[in-house]
Design a protein around this ligand. Sequence first.
Ligand code: FAD
Length: 428
Amino acid sequence: MFIKEGETVCIVGGGPGGAACAIALLDEARRWGKKIHVTLLEHKKFAEHRHYNQCVGVLSPPFEDILKNEINLKIPENLVLSEIEGYRLHSDLLSLDLIGEESGRSVSVKRSKFDASMLEEAQKAGAVVVHSRVTAIEVNPDGVLVYSEGENIKSAVVVGAFGLDDGTCRVFEQGTPYRQPDFLNTVITRLYLEQEFIQSMESTIHAFLLSHSGLEFGAVTPKGDHISINIAGRNVSSLVMMEFLRSAPVQRFLPPNQRREKPLNYFKGKFPIAPAQNLYGDRYVTIGDAAGLMRPFKGKGINSAINTGVYSARSIIRHGVSKNAFADNYYQHCSELTEDLPYGRAVRILTNMATRFKFMDHMIAVAAERPEFMKALFNSVSGHDPYKKILIETASLRLAIIFAKRLLAHFVLCQPAHLPASGALRVG
Ligand SMILES: Cc1cc2nc3c(=O)[nH]c(=O)nc-3n(C[C@H](O)[C@H](O)[C@H](O)COP(=O)(O)OP(=O)(O)OC[C@H]3O[C@@H](n4cnc5c(N)ncnc54)[C@H](O)[C@@H]3O)c2cc1C
């Protein structure tokens, strides 16, 4: 099942995954001397800045390498709101500046502007962008029919780049054996605080791992004129967000005159935490969040969406659109993400247990005194290294003994975390 001259590839969704896939398809087709059409359906109009995809808008390494090497793009500097310079991790009682090195810069952007710019690049590359919502797909042996609220598209293959949009997941579930990935819910809000306070955050992302029922993690990110606050968990809601904002670690962090302020707007979103079932098949393939192919537990979703978009495009042009071709080429290419899944899951379970049993203060105290554990926390929070590498590099008898002593102190002797002298560690 190969793409024939003049046939169309239809992409459902114009987030970073869909846009990157369109650019890579047209580039790859040119390279192989094939003439194909790419039609991308996206119902949101990012350029009008009324619609956007839920996101904090942090592009982290190696995003610049991915853009340059995979789709020959450079981020326009006018999109960059600020450069992220560090991470501070907060537990119930402690906070710690994480010390480590990343192989490139992290920047914050306005997500709608980033998506608009990617979509514009896809159009420049030759993709036809149709602003319409896909309502059904029919996958037949000789082609795919994609129905939308506007025009319908006949194509040789359909690429699902629709994120975790509930309605579109159903559309794909009805039209194919695809099953939506497992996910965490997120709530995001913004606070417009005094410039002095935002500047005092020194472009630091604050990550919160608190022993708060229903909450897996929270983060506060400076975004130029405001801060973005997001929380994630199975059942987070605006009420959990209010509890998070009222919790002592966050209250200690906010400036005194803003502590009572209620955010006006909440936005709900989702993070995939596992791959979708049957994420590809004859004449269909899913990428990015729709496929659940992202770093387990912690982020870099935009990077994964672009990478998987490019891998799927190469697989389509070089190897065709059959299930076997996707298994042998597309899915194999995603091994960097899929191989790390069990390790990411293990880290997530350990972190959830540490917060649930109020052990996170001890973890932070150990990181302040043991450089190898500091490095592990930095690489986990920044998403710099695969979890497998972090676990292998960090595991040692010495750390096991330190943790055994602290577990004993915490659970048997009920002693609080003893604090090593460290400039990076703060109480509260
Ligand atoms: C609260 C939150 C914060 C995040 N922060 C970050 C961050 O700081 N950095 C980072 O790298 N990642 C972050 N992520 C993850 C990141 O947003 C995603 O991983 C990334 O956007 C996935 O890209 P995608 O192209 O797969 O899907 P999406 O970006 O979700 O794009 C899917 C597109 O498909 C369109 N679509 C859906 N259904 C249809 C349909 N029926 N017809 C037409 N179009 C359709 C949607 O409108 C959308 O534009 C965050 C996620 C959440 C929830």
